[in-house]
Design a binder for this molecule. Sequence first.
Ligand SMILES: NC(=O)C1=CN([C@@H]2O[C@H](COP(=O)(O)OP(=O)(O)OC[C@H]3O[C@@H](n4cnc5c(N)ncnc54)[C@H](OP(=O)(O)O)[C@@H]3O)[C@@H](O)[C@H]2O)C=CC1
Ligand SMILES: O=C(O)C1=N[C@H](C(=O)O)C[C@H](O)C1
Length: 309
Amino acid sequence: FTPATQKSQGRLSALFMADGNSDATIMVNGMPGPMATAAAEACLRKGLKLSPVAMTGPEIEPCTITVSDMVSGKSANVRLIPSTETDELAAAIAGAKEGAGEKNLLAIDYTHPSAVNANALFYIDNQLPFVMGTTGGDRDKLMADVTAAKHFAVIAPNMGKQIVAMQAALEDLASKYPSAFAGYTLQVTESHQKTKADTSGTAKAVIDSLKELSDDGFTYDDINMIRGDEEAMEFGVPEEGLKGHAFHTYTLTSADGSVQFGLQHNVVGRTVYAEGTADAVKFLSKKLKTESEGKVYSMINVLEAGALD
Ligand SMILES: NC(=O)C1=CN([C@@H]2O[C@H](COP(=O)(O)OP(=O)(O)OC[C@H]3O[C@@H](n4cnc5c(N)ncnc54)[C@H](OP(=O)(O)O)[C@@H]3O)[C@@H](O)[C@H]2O)C=CC1
Ligand SMILES: O=C(O)C1=N[C@H](C(=O)O)C[C@H](O)C1
């Protein structure tokens, strides 16, 4: 380099460092599942490195996969270790930290509702900051465990920017105009691919806000869940979305039926969540470097920080 180029390179790298992401290495857990894989690809696309080891399901044989992002052309090999091999995983995390630097290794979790609480404790024990996209499990325990440990984490049932914005607006509405829909009844239908293990975590969070607005005694059990292909298509899901979609409709109806409000968000595929997840992990990486104590952030915090592209 000439001195001038060196200077501008220095400025560039200072900018990159100020963004807090240049050294971030991400352990994406839950591959070869579709959401973890999409998140890993988005990490590559957004300039993050992938940890060479990650956690996979207990039934999966240890193996090495190649994650390839078609958009950026970047790829990385990742060795998958079953979640039951906790000692091997802990050693792999220690090794990855040595390579990346103590504050530069973070995890993304897109595993299974049944793994949520154990995985969170594993991250806490191994001092691994994490973004938890996996829904389900005992959410109160999850929040209590991570908060008590003062651990750095982003936890949210939905990482899609526009859905997070809608959730933020609803929370705002509920706090400013509580009971504005008193007397209205609520109906909720959510359709997902037939492999989805749990009731939508997003639907539950949206219902929590809607219940502040309406006095309907709606419970999560009243959610109309669609998991079959035929019914999904009748609900408007296109054929190409059957293997990955989230079609949600929330309806509030007045007691006499003369007034109806509808809220709908329909997503085909998983890209919108994967992009938001990579942004969330970048946000968390910055927090690790600027905050002395860990805490649980939501995606609304990430949105408010202007960190969602
Ligand atoms: N926050 C958000 O924006 C979004 C959240 N989600 C949530 O993400 C989660 C994953 O979704 P999806 O990929 O569709 O789910 P899948 O069930 O299709 O895939 C999950 C993957 O995780 C593996 N797995 C199971 N248990 C563990 C474990 N203990 N440790 C590591 N890996 C494990 C599974 O292996 P095996 O098949 O062997 O069990 C599988 O490969 C769900 O909870 C879903 O609701 C999804 C989209 C967006
Ligand atoms: O499993 C999915 O697909 C999704 N899960 C999340 C949820 O449970 O709400 C987010 C989105 O609905 C897709």
